[in-house]
Design a protein around this ligand. Structure first.
Ligand code: SF4
Length: 555
């Protein structure tokens, strides 16, 4: 097995100098591509009014293309893929040939704890408007499918009645935040991130001044030592640390992101107090808005600007141009001793318990959500949060309700004691609904997990091996930071074109058996047909277990 060399910085270089790269602060606001044109011509957030007053009444065919395939994203709406279109045809079809007259709708939770009323609303929307579909995404969102435009205003009304929203859930905007699933309850928490998340949401989500960014902007905030929000791969992360003189606060990380040019975030080296965190977030997103590259979409993430500028210049611009004052140097977070998925039963600081449970690859559905709400009411557990690993954590479980809850979860298909593969496998939406997909992911992963649970029942793993599946070269399921990352593509076997995967090995985040995050590397020349995936992972796992040194991680 030969691994391709690690990616060089070349892939991350910004666009060429000597021409306008669409940096507003340098080049002015002249729109340089189709996306920039439609954003300049009509502020994306304003499409909501047209949805409510025109499209929901007149139906799908009344929606013009620049709203349908452009501005709708700012309210969490994407058209979904027509059923039955072969992955080999994805790249050759026009959008209108690929898309169905139904939508995927993304609901952001921003790490918020949902009570059982909110959970029932999510479940009812799934059952009434989404043919029972609902997936927990790896950004703590709920994603529905089969949504009709006619139903969207009623869905918004119901979501907003329980404090949920779809505002800037997609689009070139501040996307849903990752927040620690155990915020405010964990005994070992350094700082509760809830006030910071709420302040940023209250002040800045839905702000038209931040709704035309070069591209998406992802945020993560945690105060838990397990570093449970995958902070290394967000555009901005605030990570709880204790400053020796100033007490608890946050360490600022900037410029992470995966996709086709993956890059891990870097520490800026500053300590951010709780009081100043929202202002620092606002300054960083404005730097991205003003200096981010807009000419080429594939260079328009913050990571490219950081790769060009470097950490020192970024810090200087942040302090001098945006905040107007310096920030103290601060410590780095410690390497986590426990995994950040929170699976299993754990004591809270108030004597109650939280229980992390695993659906299979994030699939929950309306009846499961409603059943979970009933179960939580029965055992007296008040709240639930989603995780960055397509899992969920039930909070505030009384000691005498833990056993009943764990048994009830099992009955709902949500286990608190998952096998290592069920625990650590993630899959993106894939060909079932995604217009960019080349292969299936969720059903394939579900089958592979089932197979591996049987085949590897005799193998003891001291930590799970993360198996992440993407349906195309994008990285919605974070293949580059998995032990085994699988990138979907059409491959040729015995002259026939079949669904398969390119393999990346050895990626991971800090604390997953490693000191710091690292990107996986492509296995040269290896393409695994989807039908042989379980064989391949079984072989690999057995070889790893047989050859490893004590304490050696998969990476
Ligand atoms: Fe769609 Fe590709 Fe993202 Fe999967 S990785 S959800 S196939 S864009």
């Amino acid at each position: 097995m030969t691994l391709a060399p690690a990616r060089t910085e070349r892939a991350l270089r910004g666009p060429r100098e000597g021409r306008s790269n669409g940096q507003w602060a340098v080049d002015g606001h002249e729109p340089l591509n189709g996306n920039e044109v439609f954003k300049a011509e009509g502020p994306p957030l304003e499409v909501r009014e047209r949805i409510e007053t025109i499209y929901a009444k007149e139906g799908f065919d009344a929606i013009p293309s620049e709203d349908l395939r452009g501005r709708f994203r700012w309210w969490g709406l994407y058209t979904q893929r027509k059923p039955g279109i072969d992955g080999g045809r994805t790249a050759s079809l026009e959008p209108e040939e690929l898309e169905d007259k139904y939508f995927m709708l993304r609901v952001r939770t921003d790490g918020q704890a949902l009570d059982t009323r909110a959970l029932r609303v999510l479940g009812d929307i799934s059952s009434e408007f989404a043919r029972g579909s609902a997936d927990i995404s790896d950004r703590q969102n709920i994603q529905y499918h089969w949504i009709r435009i006619e139903d969207v205003p009623e869905i918004w009304r119901r979501l907003e009645s329980v404090g949920l929203e779809t505002t800037t859930a997609c689009g070139d905007s501040p996307r849903g935040f990752l927040g620690s699933p155990v915020a405010g309850i964990a005994a070992d928490e350094i700082i509760d991130p809830t006030p910071v998340i709420l302040e940023i949401k209250r002040r800045f989500i839905g702000d038209p001044d931040l709704a035309n960014l070069p591209r998406k902007f992802k945020t993560a905030v945690t105060g838990h030592p397990s570093l449970d929000v995958v902070h290394e791969i967000n555009d901005i992360s605030l990570v709880g640390v204790v400053h020796p003189d100033l007490g608890p606060g946050y360490d600022l990380w900037v410029g992470g992101g995966l996709s086709t040019a993956p890059r891990l975030a870097e520490r800026i080296g500053v300590f951010v107090s709780e009081d100043e965190a929202a202002e620092v977030w606002h300054s960083v997103i404005k730097i991205f808005r003003d200096y981010g590259y807009r000419r080429l979409r594939n260079k328009a993430r913050l990571k490219f600007l950081l790769a060009d500028w470097g950490v020192e210049r970024f810090r200087q611009v942040l302090e001098d141009e945006y905040l107007g004052h310096g920030l103290p140097d601060g410590p780095a977070p410690e390497v986590p001793a426990v995994p950040g998925d929170h699976v299993g039963v754990h004591a809270q600081k108030d004597g109650r318990f939280y229980v992390g449970a695993a659906p299979t690859v994030g699939r929950v559905g309306g009846s499961t959500l409603a059943g979970l709400a009933d179960l939580m009411d029965r055992v007296g557990a008040g709240r639930v949060r989603f995780t960055a690993f397509q899992k969920l954590v039930i909070l505030d479980v009384p000691a005498d309700g833990v056993d009943d809850l764990v048994a009830g979860l099992q009955g709902l298909g949500l286990t608190a004691t998952p096998s290592p593969f069920r625990r650590a496998t993630m899959a993106c939406t894939g060909i079932e609904f995604c217009k960019l997909a080349i292969v299936d992911t969720k059903d394939t992963a579900t089958e592979v997990i089932r197979d591996l649970e049987q085949r590897l029942a005799d193998v003891q793993l001291d930590r799970p091996i993360a198996l992440n599946l993407n349906g195309c070269p994008n990285s919605c399921a974070r293949i580059q930071t998995a032990d085994i990352g699988l990138k979907g593509q059409v491959i040729t076997v015995d002259g026939e074109q079949v669904a398969g995967y390119q393999v990346h090995l050895g990626g991971g985040l800090a604390g997953e058996g490693r000191e710091e995050a690292g990107l996986g590397r492509t296995v040269r020349g290896l393409k695994v047909p989807a039908t042989e995936l379980a064989d391949y992972v079984e072989r690999l796992t057995r070889r790893f277990v047989a050859a490893r040194e004590p304490d050696e991680s998969f990476a």
